[in-house]
Design a protein around this ligand. Sequence first.
Ligand code: 0X9
Ligand code: CA
Ligand code: ZN
Length: 445
Amino acid sequence: MRPPTPRSPRRRVPHGRLATAATAVVLALAMAAPASSDTAERSRSYEVTGPRTAAQRTAVAATGASVDAVRPGSVVITADAAQAERVRRMGYAVRVLPGPPDRSDGRKATPFDFPPADAKYHNYKEAMAEVDANVAAHPSLMSKQVIGTSYEGRDIVAVKITNAAKKPPGTTAAKPEVLFTAHQHAREHLTVEMALYLLKEFGSQYGKDARVTKMVDERVIWVVPDVNPDGGEYDIATGSYRSWRKNRQPNAGSSARGTDPNRNWDHKWGCCGGSSGSPGSQTYRGTAPESAPEVKVVADFVRSRIVGGKQQIKAAIDFHTYSELVLWPFGWTSSDTAPGMTKDDRDAFATVGTSMAASNRYTPEQSSDLYITDGSIDDWLWGNQKIFAYTFEMYPGPSGGGGGFYPPDEVIDRETARNRDAVLQLLENADCMYRSIGKEAQYCR
Ligand code: 0X9
Ligand code: CA
Ligand code: ZN
């Protein structure tokens, strides 16, 4: 296990209750700045018609665009004009799509808050208040830890949920731990609601629902509700959505900000054409693995769960939007099996993944069936930590409609509860994922 290393000091933007005057200035600047002010070229959403294989989609992504939805003969991408032109030159039809929806209801924006029509979404401050309220309501089941801070200095928190007085019957061993993370990508706000739903459900249904009670007794559940708070706040700062994806870290020698957290993890980082080395790219991998402070914070936290040489976290879900998918590693290779992924590993991933997908009506597949990614969280959690890590892409589906990255707040309750059974399934399988393929005796002694 690598001990946490101190980071070099970096500029911190004051926020919250720390510096009201400075915050006002920052707010004013954020309000005044157009979405494009810090990139050479403005990013927009495009539909690209033609690509129908994973290799073709990976080639589209290699321009530096993000691939946001995969359809039978087309993809939706976020790209700047130069990237879109490169896609056009590949021979594909490229059509500009409308920007993010206007949810202002004709009212004036409140800085750093969701527009009025989406008021049920939680901004960073509201999400943290919700975390504190859940912990306060169930102090014997939940506790909060600040595991580090974002580039701009916001707390990144982990909530621990377990009844410490209980254990699986007939065991003395430590409880299996399961990790749920959300909001690596700034514009994927529904994932924060997913994490808050889990806190509410595991707190309020304890002692009422048998499956919830058993899992709170027999597992340690970790919820990190906001991995990228700076990006999330930037995305809503003006009252109209900015379709921001990355974190808000500056890049030396470039006016473009941000690293894609989900290309910055330390497993085969930058290996395979599944990320970009250009700071202007939507999938910029950063200067080194874990160069994004938010990624280092979560990776250090995961490493801190190695106790007596053993990783306590056995399974994980990282929530994203959108496309309604249950994905498993590896993303860096299109092969089902690879060094570090045996046939039995793959079969356990696929069996539990397919079963979870049957319950939420998502599509189950290996992540590289979409397009190649390198440096993604699930590849690191499995490849380096042997944690059975899934990526869920939440509502809406890929085919258009539903609002893309910005579904209206009316869907929050339905689309978070939709994953209740899948989450419970993963928790129930976490003590021995190989039981799902009938190999408990071989692997889980
Ligand atoms: O590209 C991504 O990081 C994810 N899609 S998103 O639209 N939320 O940005 C998909 C990641 C799939 N690959 C792995 N999970 N490895
Ligand atoms: Ca609404
Ligand atoms: Zn995402």
